[in-house]
Design a protein around this ligand. Structure first.
Ligand code: FMN
Length: 226
């Protein structure tokens, strides 16, 4: 069989790998137990705009978190590292209707200072604070389109110049129903065309062969554009 001989594998949500995140939220009434801070695991999440920074998360109407987020228009995306992976899975198979998942997981809920109701997970390395701007009913899931209004990160993730180094965080990705820890760094944004100096500085070793050197050197220099 030729290496790239193809076959149809069925139409499904096969886009992989994806981030898997723990989304925390809380209701408005502190006296009501069903309003307590909750965590839901979400794999259908993504960045959708740079200016302003925006994300989308898709959540089924049946989830307790759907009710909380709809009520307040707020949530926090808590990124998942190796230490949180089992808690992340747990929060994806138990409902906040039935239990306090912060308590079950032994995680600390901290009130988000830039939001009115939501709490974040202290143990998560990066917390992304979001305000809902629009809810789109897509079919099985409702997509919450939200603006990022704040971001917190564990201090150990910053280098001496204050840059965030997420490679230190042992982040988890989700690939076709399974959790993986991110491993070997292969390159960086633009590494295929980076100069020898930049490549060596960022990767810590010299480029072995440069497939694109001839093309790069023939081109006029362009500014960075995303
Ligand atoms: C890895 C994983 C990914 C998930 N992704 C989503 C998702 O993107 N959207 C969603 O509505 N539910 C998703 N779920 C299911 C919810 O996390 C699950 O139904 C959870 O128990 C709902 O919690 P809640 O009722 O407290 O909100 C996922 C579960 C797992 C384990």
């Amino acid at each position: 069989m030729a290496k790239h001989e193809k076959t149809d594998v069925g139409i499904s949500t096969i886009l992989n790998p994806v981030p898997v995140v723990m989304i925390s939220s809380a209701g408005k009434d502190p006296e009501d137990p069903s309003s307590r801070p909750n965590i839901v695991t979400v794999a259908w999440a993504g960045t959708i705009n740079s200016e302003p920074p925006m994300v989308s998360v898709s959540i089924r109407k049946s989830r307790h978190s759907h009710k909380l987020i709809t009520e307040t228009g707020e949530f926090v995306i808590n990124l998942v590292n190796k230490a949180l992976a089992k808690n992340c899975d747990y929060c994806g198979v138990r409902s906040g209707k039935d239990e306090d998942k912060f308590l079950s997981c032994g995680l600390k809920a901290v009130k988000a200072d830039c939001l009115d109701y939501a709490y974040y997970i202290e143990e998560s390395p990066v917390n992304i604070f979001c305000k809902v701007r629009e809810i789109k009913e897509l079919g099985s899931h409702d997509m919450f389109i939200a603006e990022i209004v704040g971001v917190k990160a564990d201090k150990y993730l910053l280098d001496d110049e204050g840059r965030l180094c997420l490679d230190k965080a042992k982040m988890v990705a989700y690939n076709h129903g399974e959790y993986f820890i991110l491993g070997e760094k292969l390159g960086f944004f633009g590494y295929s065309v980076a100069s020898d100096e930049v490549f060596e500085k960022r990767m810590g070793y010299k480029k072995e062969h440069d497939k694109y050197k001839r093309i790069r050197e023939a081109e006029p220099k362009k500014g960075k554009k995303y």
